[in-house]
Design a protein around this ligand. Structure first.
Ligand code: ATP
Length: 248
């Protein structure tokens, strides 16, 4: 059997909430304004272990704030863990938190070139395929391609972001709640593209609250509760665990 393309071993990351603002004057006086060693520290993910095989399509499932996006950021390498390991054997095409990493002050055109080249697409490839990338993103984006991205709607940003990211030849695709923002026409395009990429043997990690999307694409499911991986099985196992808790 081939080695896992993504492997998490005892993975954990901690964040610090800025509690200082919340301290009352009496507490400030008692602590003399100083911080307690663990004040505000919390672990959005801890002790997480799993393996993903090449070609798997994994749905990451859980209620709001259970660490799903944090996990994708760790896989993408934009966040570094505090405990354990995350091993990723291949390049990652990330569409995270409704953004392909666009810079708001740059135009759509500039962002396509910036993000594309940051991910390793050559200038000649980007020039050759620029019109297709913009056409895929749709009319509205096409008309606004020379406008700074800060004036785009979230749907427009996601359309253009997906259009660039889907062009990357990387073996791992990370998709965080993208289809939820797009309209029906865009969702249809996403479905066709993701089907094609999976058909080519790419590995997908998909964060979604949409059961239809999860069952459509995913063979595996990881269900998280408060930063802990509770169920690692088929996508149906993970959905059953989630629905059991939500309906309780
Ligand atoms: N940079 C950060 N600093 C501090 N806390 C953060 C940071 N990013 C996320 N968090 C917190 O970490 C927890 C997990 O967040 P995360 O975005 O991973 O959840 P999620 O499962 O993706 O949620 P949702 O379904 O709402 O998108 C939340 O409590 C969130 O407030």
């Amino acid at each position: 059997m081939s080695a896992p393309i993504i492997e998490a071993q005892g993975l954990g990351v901690k964040f610090v909430r800025n509690r200082r603002r919340q301290l009352r004057i009496r507490e400030m006086f008692i602590h003399r304004g100083g911080r307690q060693p663990n004040a505000g520290v919390f672990w959005p993910l801890r002790d997480v272990s799993f393996a993903v095989r090449p070609g798997d399509a994994v749905g990451v499932i859980g209620r709001n704030g259970t660490g799903k996006s944090t996990l994708l950021r760790l896989i993408a390498g934009v966040l570094i863990q505090d405990e354990g390991k995350i091993i990723v054997r291949g390049k990652v095409a990330p569409l995270l938190e409704l953004s392909a990493g666009f810079s708001n002050e740059l135009t759509g055109r500039e962002n396509v070139h910036l993000v594309g080249s940051l991910h390793g697409l050559s200038n000649s490839f980007l020039k050759k395929h620029f019109d297709e990338i913009v056409d895929f993103a749709g009319d509205q984006v096409s008309k606004a391609i020379d406008t700074p991205v800060r004036h785009y709607s979230s749907g427009m940003k996601v359309r253009l972001g997906f259009s660039v990211i889907a062009r990357l030849p990387h073996p791992i695709l990370l998709v965080d709640e993208v289809m939820a923002v797009g309209d029906a026409e865009f969702r249809k395009k996403c479905y066709v593209t993701i089907d094609r990429l999976l058909g080519e043997g790419r590995t997908l990690v998909l964060v979604s609250h949409n059961e239809g999307d999860l069952t459509r694409f995913c063979n595996r499911g990881l269900y998280f509760e408060q930063g802990k991986l509770v169920t690692d099985g088929t996508v149906q196992d993970a959905l059953d665990a989630y629905n059991g808790v939500v309906r309780a």
